[in-house]
Design a protein around this ligand. Structure first.
Ligand SMILES: Nc1ncnc2c1ncn2[C@@H]1O[C@H](COP(=O)(O)OP(=O)(O)OP(=O)(O)O)[C@@H](O)[C@H]1O
Ligand SMILES: [Zn+2]
Length: 673
């Protein structure tokens, strides 16, 4: 009686009713990474009967230290499929039969278990944002648990849960810090009720001409040089970026901007010649020689206090070991002091002694300037060889792609050397360029444990026992349960009304949508004065129609790129009512009509007249280093002041005309302004 024995403790602890609930509920786990693996294991061991898990990624070597359901042999295999196969062994055999309140029979697949005492795990390798994961699919779950690592996917899951009315448990970890946040529409705040910190940015001239910190050199290698040589070299946006800097960056002179434009234009020739035998050498000479010499000619630029003139690097003397490495700028030069550093004060930077190298792991070794140059040449050759074997391939930085990491490491260190900035090891560059704070398995495990406890509360509809949970860096009070926060009145997501719209996107036109669905069915026909209500229709931030723009009325939703899983948002231009979101889903096969709606239209609430003052959360702030921009946002979200949205639901500071305000989908902490 393996099955009974296995669940005996959980049954005794939880009681019959709660245990029955978790056996027969259907839950979704989004993400099979650090938290996801721990969570899946917990759910299976506690006795959850029906679990679906989705993840778009495959297993990397770097996941194995904490994603314990994976082994070396699983590298490159689907995370969701491997995690599910492994976790199923913790409670083998089929789980309760679906749509039944009693455990059903099932084949044991050769494992001796009681029929129906195991677990049904459906694993899917895919993106949660794919069209088939629409609101109707979401409604099939009793609870969703998000174990994601990026804001974009989290927002998507939040919106799906809000529109389907399914409770969601959000979670995130960051080093030793973690957070679990149970959410349900109209009961608690949603993921979007709380403002998110904006990504860290650097002025373009700091990155392109006057770096003073290692991070400036890393961002330059990753976000400027790599795309210029091997990725998407967008001339227009480059020009725009420099023009913007000219207008906004007080330290940037017109001459400096013009020089940077010339420098960017010259890259196009270098890029063309990269595949030639001496392509990498020529690139080096342009970037670390000619470009620096050109900047040095602009005397005024180096008069700004705190700036230290760079030293051009020389290919031949670096390789023969006679190049004099400039001393560190901060040590050698007071702010504003003239450079370049005289040769007599510089030193040769030899390769570290072999015994030192042997003591350290490869990634933790300090590279000499010669080693950096050799690494630059080698990574350049490897990256351009990719372009030859796959013409048209655009390469972008990936911390797990050794060639792009080596390229960024070498270029950042060479640039740092030229500017008298300390260099970094491969390990440090990976951490900084990949925005990584080491993930800690124990933090994930604690957070996953709390997710399950909250899941049990929610499935019993016992919200009174639910709280947000913060795992903090304070040993005196490691765990801080904080009361759930109410929904934000003006939230651009959960204050809206949601309606499932099953339709044939190939046949339903935008004009019919507005006429038959919004005006007739929803009743948005006349306003308080008896005039026709003025409405606008959006898909995400895309305006599809408004009172002065009816050009798309004859087009079908498919023509407009709207498919299952997307949302049409309707706003009234007088801002009297909440927005109404129509979640597009598949039309039942049996129906001939173009669309199908719920039998009753919702009563759309009016917006509150004057916006309430923004409440401040009582959640203590969690300090610490970031794991990624996204995880940071989760952690600091509730501790930050809630952002007020204007009557359109748009955040006041942003000019974006989307119906729900600006959404910064950047996964990247670092952006160049
Ligand atoms: N849109 C999405 N759809 C499905 N799964 C997603 C989506 N976005 C992210 N994920 C998954 O969420 C998981 C988050 O796990 P985790 O934070 O441990 O990240 P990781 O990628 O495994 O680790 P690391 O970033 O440190 O290498 C990842 O497995 C990732 O593939
Ligand atoms: Zn909200």
């Amino acid at each position: 009686m393996v099955g009974v024995g296995r669940s005996a403790h959980a049954q005794a602890l939880l009681g019959k009713n709660a245990f029955s609930k978790i056996r027969h509920s259907k839950v979704l786990v989004v993400g099979a990474g650090g938290i996801g693996c721990e969570l899946l294991k917990n759910l299976v061991l506690v006795g959850f009967g029906n679990i679906e898990i989705i993840d778009l990624d495959t297993i990397d070597l770097s996941n194995l230290n904490r994603q314990f359901l994976f082994r070396k042999a699983d590298i490159k295999k689907s995370k969701a499929l491997v995690a599910s196969a492994f976790a199923h062994q913790f409670n083998p055999g089929p789980g309760p039969s679906q749509n039944s309140s009693v455990d059903g029979p099932g084949s044991t697949g050769g494992v001796a278990v009681d029929a129906g005492k195991g677990v049904n795990i459906k694993a899917r390798h895919g993106n949660i944002k794919e069209p088939e994961n629409d609101v109707e699919w979401m409604k099939g779950f009793d609870l969703v648990m998000s174990a994601l690592d990026n804001m974009d996917a989290r927002r998507h899951v939040n919106r799906l849960c809000v529109s389907a009315g399914v409770p969601l448990i959000e979670s995130g970890t960051q080093g030793y810090l973690g957070q679990v946040t149970p959410m349900q529409k109209d009961r608690t705040e949603c993921y979007d009720c709380v403002s998110k910190p904006t990504p860290k940015t650097f002025p373009v001239c700091t990155i392109r001409a006057t770096p003073s910190e290692p991070i400036h050199c890393i961002v330059w290698g990753k976000s400027y040089l790599l795309p210029k040589l091997f990725g998407e070299d967008d001339e227009a946006s480059d020009e725009q970026e420099l023009e913007k800097a000219k207008a906004t960056d007080q330290d940037a002179s017109v001459a400096e901007i013009e020089e940077l434009k010339k420098e960017a234009a010259a890259f196009r020739d270098v890029r063309k010649g990269l595949h030639e035998e001496d392509g990498a050498k020529k690139t080096f000479e342009k970037v670390f020689g000619d470009d620096i010499r050109r900047l040095l000619k602009m005397e005024d630029m180096w008069k700004v206090p705190g700036r230290v003139k760079p030293v051009p690097l020389d290919y031949n003397t670096i390789l023969d070991g006679s190049f004099r490495v400039p001393p560190l700028a901060k040590a050698a030069s007071a702010p504003g002091k003239e450079g370049p550093v005289p040769a007599s004060t510089s030193q040769v930077n030899p390769a570290p002694a072999t015994s030192v190298l042997q003591d350290k792991l490869k990634d933790q070794q300090e590279l000499s300037i010669k080693q950096n140059l050799e690494l630059f040449l080698e990574s350049c050759k490897k990256l351009s060889a990719r372009g030859i074997s796959n013409p048209g391939t655009l390469i972008s930085f990936d911390k797990d792609d050794d060639d792009t990491l080596d390229f960024v490491l070498a270029t950042a260190n060479l640039r740092a050397t030229a500017y008298g900035i300390p260099t970094k090891t491969r390990f440090e560059v990976k951490e900084m360029a990949g925005n990584i704070i080491p993930a800690i398995a124990t933090t994930n495990a604690v957070i996953a444990g709390y997710i399950v406890m909250r899941a049990i509360n929610i499935l019993q509809n016992d919200w009174s026992k639910c709280s947000n949970v913060y795992l903090r860096g304070d040993p005196a009070r490691l765990i801080a349960p904080i009361a759930l926060q109410p929904p934000e009145d003006n939230c651009g997501v959960c204050a809206d009304v949601y309606v499932p719209l099953a339709c044939d996107v190939e046949r339903l036109t935008l004009g019919s949508f507005v006429g038959e669905i919004v005006r007739s069915w929803l009743g948005w026909n006349t306003n308080d004065d008896g005039d026709q209500m003025e409405i606008a229709v959006y898909e995400d931030k895309r305006l599809l129609a408004d009172p002065d723009f009816e050009d798309n009325y004859g087009k079908t939703l498919a023509d407009l790129g709207i498919s299952r899983g997307k949302t049409l948002t309707v706003t009234d231009e007088d801002n009297l009512y909440r927005n109404v979101n129509f979640s597009i889903c598949a039309l039942p096969a049996s129906t001939n009509s173009t669309f199908h709606l719920p039998s009753n239209a919702p009563q759309v609430p009016r917006r509150p007249k004057a916006p309430e003052p923004a409440p401040t959360s009582s959640v203590p702030s969690v300090a610490g280093t970031k794991r990624s921009a996204d995880d940071f946002d989760i952690l600091s979200a509730s501790s930050s002041k809630k952002q007020k949205l204007d009557a359109n639901g748009a955040a006041g500071s942003n000019g974006d005309k989307g119906p729900n305000g600006p959404i910064d989908l950047s996964d990247d902490e670092i952006e160049i302004l």
